[in-house]
Design a protein around this ligand. Structure first.
Ligand code: NAP
Length: 484
């Protein structure tokens, strides 16, 4: 099977923060891959902007190094890299200053899509929006891409939304959450809504519970002081885990279109019950030999910020009444693995002697590693010796099912940037969604602060604190193993 790449319209993409970590690791190598695939047309151009003084040649050299360091096999395509670098320019601009804007205005062309990627600290979003307008660089057709964190609570998110709304219509604002750009996340929607098989079972009659795990092996070393102001709840749950929860739990949208999908996601967030403090566990990783503890990494010996959180939540609607959703995420865990598991109920009655209530169907959606979906089903163990049952996965791993085409699975960032150019907001968060998510998370965080809640220690390389295991054991359930 050969994948079909549909070229997007020619564009001028300005990357504010074009010299930063995100631009170098993800955005620019990703754009090169889209160029190589033919999706980014040769008429398109990319303009880096940041305060550092640099000319076009210096920026091109920086991007060539970034492709060399962070690109995949495509970094050997030397001729294509040279062509791609030719599409790049650089303008020195301080978001808070007046220099450079006229030059940027002079670089922008009419008749192509204009997009502005705000890959800078959120405190600069307002300055950028204001100056893009003052210098008539942005027009009513332009798009802006904004990075997380989108606020640190409801109040700051509202303020940020209001600032951007002063210059851009909601249809022009693309709040990026790269989890939504993952192939498997979109495949989750295809599996749910493209098959007759699953939707009839997707409710409290057949689903026992749902688990969402996003586990990392890295700690916060390097960015500890920054992370300490945020914690796992703000950094992961409010955005990535809640977005996954929405996609798994939402009602079928009438069409696969931006506002239809986002309306359904918003309804899920609004139906989330406040979380009881007994149903939430926070943790901090302990020191392990030479490997520092969370508090050492955060350079804050009295820190109460969590590097791990696990919780049980409920969605108050007809479909999900009584079905617990267990979420957990943490750093320094036993493996780097992200997964959503839909665990179906036991058979009401087993006709096989000795096998009562042993088998459960589980639909596991793996985001990393080995993106793919598998359905655990029960079959007869092959061979003689009577009717013995075993559980086997029906594996829908892309590389096996799709062969060569899976090699072209696009990285989340580059897919989402192409969606921006196409003007497709389906996989981006709308302002009201972000605010609703903060409205749900704020009271949880405020509760911790009021109670001076102390996170539990957990061993590096483990599955989190014992209390997190108890959270499920108490309910007669257990977490799935975190496998890398
Ligand atoms: P970074 O490495 O610190 O880069 C910041 C960039 O902004 C640099 O290019 C810097 O260049 C530029 N900059 C700083 N102040 C500026 C100003 N006043 N005017 C114009 N440009 C300015 O940060 P990053 O890691 O790339 O992150 C960028 C944004 O993405 C942040 O909001 C971050 O939270 C978000 N994000 C990052 C990641 C990631 O993996 N890195 C992941 C998710 C979200 P100069 O110093 O030359 O101006």
């Amino acid at each position: 099977m050969v994948s079909r790449v549909i070229p997007v319209d020619p564009f001028d993409l300005v990357i504010f923060g074009g010299t930063g970590d995100l631009a170098r690791r993800k955005i620019l190598p990703g754009l090169f891959r889209r160029y190589l695939s033919g999706q980014m047309t040769p008429e398109s151009r990319i303009i880096g902007a940041a305060r550092s003084e640099m000319d076009d040649a210096g920026f091109r050299e920086m991007v060539a190094d970034a492709i060399e360091e962070f690109g995949g096999p495509e970094k050997s395509e030397k001729a294509a890299i040279a062509e791609f670098l030719d599409k790049l320019a650089y303008v020195a601009i301080d978001a808070k200053g007046e220099g450079g804007w006229k030059e940027l205005a002079g670089q922008m062309r009419d008749g192509v899509v204009r997009a502005f990627y705000f890959s800078v600290a959120p405190s600069l979003f307002g300055d950028l929006a204001e100056r893009l307008h003052a210098h008539e660089i942005a027009n009513s057709e332009s798009r802006i891409v904004v990075e997380k964190p989108f606020g640190r609570d409801l109040e700051t998110a509202k303020a940020l939304n209001a600032t951007l709304a002063g210059y851009f219509d909601e249809t022009q604002i693309y709040r990026i959450d790269h989890y939504l750009g993952k192939e498997t996340v979109q495949n989750l929607m295809a599996v749910r809504f493209g098959n007759v098989l699953f939707e009839p079972l997707w409710n409290n009659h057949y689903v026992d519970h749902i688990q969402i795990t996003v586990a990392e092996t890295v700690g916060v070393g390097g960015r500890g002081a920054y992370y300490d102001k945020s914690g796992a709840m703000r950094d992961m749950v409010q955005n990535h885990l809640m977005q996954l929860l929405c996609l798994i739990a939402m009602e079928p949208p009438s069409k696969f279109e931006a506002d239809e999908v986002r309306n359904e996601k918003l309804k899920v967030i609004r139906a989330l019950q406040p979380v009881d403090s007994h149903h939430i566990v926070r943790g901090q990783y302990d020191a392990d030999g030479d490997s520092p503890s969370y508090r050492d990494d955060a350079e804050n010996p009295r820190s109460f910020t969590e590097s791990f959180v696990a919780m049980r939540c409920h969605i108050n609607n007809w479909r999900w009444a009584g079905v617990p959703f267990y979420l957990r995420t943490g750093k320094k865990m036993k493996a780097r693995a992200s997964e959503i598991a839909v665990v179906f109920k036991d058979l009401g009655h087993s006709i096989f002697e000795g096998d009562e209530a042993r088998h459960r169907n589980i639909l596991a959606i793996r985001l990393q590693p080995n993106e793919g979906i598998d359905l655990q089903v029960t079959i007869k163990e092959p061979g003689p010796g009577g009717m013995r049952l075993i559980d086997v996965p029906l594996d829908m791993t892309f590389s096996e099912a799709l062969g060569e085409e899976a090699d072209d699975v696009t990285d989340a960032y580059e897919r989402l940037i192409m969606d921006v150019i196409r003007g497709n907001q389906t996989l981006f968060m709308r302002g009201d969604e972000v605010e609703a998510a903060w409205e749900w998370t704020d009271p949880i965080i405020e509760g911790w602060n009021k109670r001076n809640d102390v996170p539990k220690w957990y061993d590096q390389g483990s599955s989190g604190p014992d209390d997190a295991l108890m959270l499920m054991h108490r309910d007669g359930r257990r977490w799935r193993d975190i496998k890398g």
